[in-house]
Design a protein around this ligand. Sequence first.
Ligand code: MSP
Length: 482
Amino acid sequence: MNKNFYITTPIFYPTGTPHIGTAYNVFIADTLARYYRQKLGKENVFFITGTDEHGANVAKKALDEGITPQAYVDGYADLYKRIWSSLNISNDYFTRTTHPEHEKFIQELIQKSYDNGDLYEGEYSGWYCESCEAYYKEEDLVDGKCPNHPTKTPLFTKEKNYYFKLSKYRDWLLDYLKENEQFVRPQKWYNYIVGLVEAGLNDIPVTRANVKWGVPVPWDTEQTIYVWYDALPNYLSVLNFDEFKPQDYYNKFWLAAHHLVGKDILRFHAILWPAMLKSAGYPLPEQVIVHGFFTVDGQKIGKSNNNAIDPVELAAKYTLDGVRYALLSEFQLGNDGDFNFARLEIKYNSDLANNFGNLLNRVIHLANKKELKFSDLEVEGDYGLKVNEFVNAYHQHFENLEIFEAIQVINNLCTWGNQYVNDTKPWEAGSDARTILGNLNHLLKVVIELFVPVIPDSAEKARVALDGQQTIILFPKIETEK
Ligand code: MSP
């Protein structure tokens, strides 16, 4: 296991505000960052998010608002920073593709590939969707619309640009994937990528002729660098920024990089990006981690469905950790899932309020009633060993990126703890309250520790409550509709 851990989220287009789908991605990244900070030490973890600020679509939005693209992206970058911070996201850095050091980096990167013959001049003629910033063939379109944006008609585009020789890297990439099964996780997404690469790779245009809001191609300044060729290197450029050079972040973190991405942008990360790196002489990141999509009440999240639920508003009602918990514990990583309020409320009440919250208060209350101080109590050897079985299972799951399953283990531990209270009845006169509460105090300490990456705020409050033997309502119960 690498002694460092570098986790990245996709950099978001500054064309919409975060909704629960995008927050889901950032919550997973934040949970992994917090898990590894506990495990490896804070200084050995680097967690970044940011904004993807160039391209035709952004320029168009700025024009619609009557401001310059720079003013437009500055506003959005601030907005994203504010929202992630209000959602208690612990990113170590917020990166932007308009950062001058990033712009310089990608010019050098594309120049390297040009110099070694991996770019050639050509003419593109086909369809381009500005919302995905991606090229499509006629047969990819669905009733003339973009396959990812059913309300958008891609533009027919005919322009001179430079093509990247992606096809040249097909055999190399296939060999690399065969030797590195862990490169794409979970397994079904690895299989999907292997299938795509096996089917063959086409060269793709990586510069744009008529997009002014972009970074100029160094040897042909009529052209700008294609947004994906600009965006993917954000993960690497940041490590070379002046502010991280003294700590040698490139050598410390690059080989420990984990890119967390939604399934829609997997092929960019697991096919184009490795080929770009290989072409420019860089080693590959450690892993691409893929998550599925959230729908809301069965519907795709989007403006047309008017269902882009704001995570900040949701947090005002269900607590920040309540929302985070509901999203993280909804389905297994890599699968799609659906969000609805009724399920959020049930889960919040049953897992957080009734299971964990209730156990914490029961134990503190009982100890106070019996006038026992936790600091004087001990855990029995056998009991400690039983608790350890849960702890081991939890770590095993985290290491396999099974956050959903790891959370279930914590829940099972709380259920087991509540059952132990029911069975041993420490409130009864003849019971051995001292031993029982010593065991339960240990169990709770462990539960809180395991909960830190998942519900960090509440875990901290619970720790303070347990230490000070003060009961606390961490999760006020929600009245659900009958
Ligand atoms: N700018 C590119 C990423 C470049 S990374 C080098 C981009 N941006 S995005 O803002 O459109 O999307 C960012 C992420 O949000 C993607 O990983 C996408 O999969 C994710 N999601 C968008 N809607 C989502 C859901 N409904 N559910 C889960 N994830 C969602 O793509």
